[in-house]
Ligand binder design. Structure first.
Ligand code: MG
Length: 269
């Protein structure tokens, strides 16, 4: 199956999906009324942070990734290669490296989070286009991240987005249980009084959209642009877009502008 990449539109899969599931309909070919039907009821807009609110070609995630490797190397006295292998083992088995460390070694979450998010953010520029697109969305906006609140806040500040969000639900608020755990989404819904059937979720990891879809959220997968580095593990990169993903895009700001334009155009019609 190939992925059709458009200038400013969402990515859409072409061809049949595994298991006989039908592909999401390309938004370009979708009548306005259908797009409005999917998003018009949304009053809460939920965004992942890393590799979603900033693009995959940012150097932020590689810096965090390297700090996690260093944390393990110093903790266990490992060489870089062994530390890296252990990191990826924990990530795949437990959802996050932190979760593995806590379950196996009772490591302090605060110590880990402070260390791995202690990075230089000077390369991050304000994203005025994304700020305008998010600001124009009708309703509340929230960040739901497996990282720390401090990291999300500092990164959002550098992106010029922090003033747009009502709150940040971080891994500590999640009682250190990372997405994609269903309990974490329920805790998030409860804390912020989110009605999932009136909410939309934007996220770069496919599996993290499973629970949102099951609860009735509109789901959008944010993917790297063609040629951009993809930080997702190989097993996280879907060969096909699964049915629990409603839309995909490699241009979040463009997608939100298009969505708004469609909704407004239909309302005016
Ligand atoms: Mg992410």
């Amino acid at each position: 199956m190939k992925i059709d990449r458009t200038e400013d539109g969402p990515l859409v899969p072409e061809g049949p999906l595994a298991g006989g599931a039908s592909a999401p309909v390309p938004v370009e070919a979708t009548p306005n009324a259908q797009i409005v039907a999917r998003f018009a009821h949304v009053d809460t807009w939920v965004f992942d942070l890393d590799n979603t609110l900033y693009p995959s070609d940012s150097d932020l995630w590689p810096k965090i990734d390297a700090r996690i490797t260093l944390f393990l190397a110093e903790l266990f006295g490992l060489d870089a290669m062994s530390s890296r292998a252990l990191q990826k083992y924990y990530y795949q088995r437990y959802g996050t490296t932190l979760n593995g460390l806590m379950l196996e070694y009772d490591i302090s979450a605060a110590r880990f989070l402070d260390f791995v998010h202690d990075i230089d953010r000077s390369s991050v520029e304000p994203n005025h286009s994304l700020a305008a697109a998010i600001a124009a969305l009708p309703g509340r906006k929230l960040i739901l991240t497996n990282g720390s609140r401090e990291h999300a806040l500092r990164t959002a500040q550098k992106l010029g987005l922090d003033h747009l969000f009502e709150d940040i639900f971080d891994i500590v608020a999640a009682d250190l249980l990372p997405k994609p755990a269903q309990e974490t989404y329920q805790r998030f819904f409860d804390k912020h009084e989110v009605e999932p059937s009136r909410a939309a979720m934007f996220e770069d990891i496919v599996i993290n959209l499973l629970a949102p879809h099951a609860r009735g959220m509109v789901t959008t997968l944010v993917v790297p642009k063609k040629g951009q580095v993809d930080h997702r593990e190989s097993w996280e990169q879907p060969r096909v877009i699964p049915p629990h993903v409603d839309f995909t895009t490699d241009d979040l700001a463009g997608f939100l502008r298009r969505l708004q334009g469609t909704m407004q155009g239909t309302k005016l019609a």
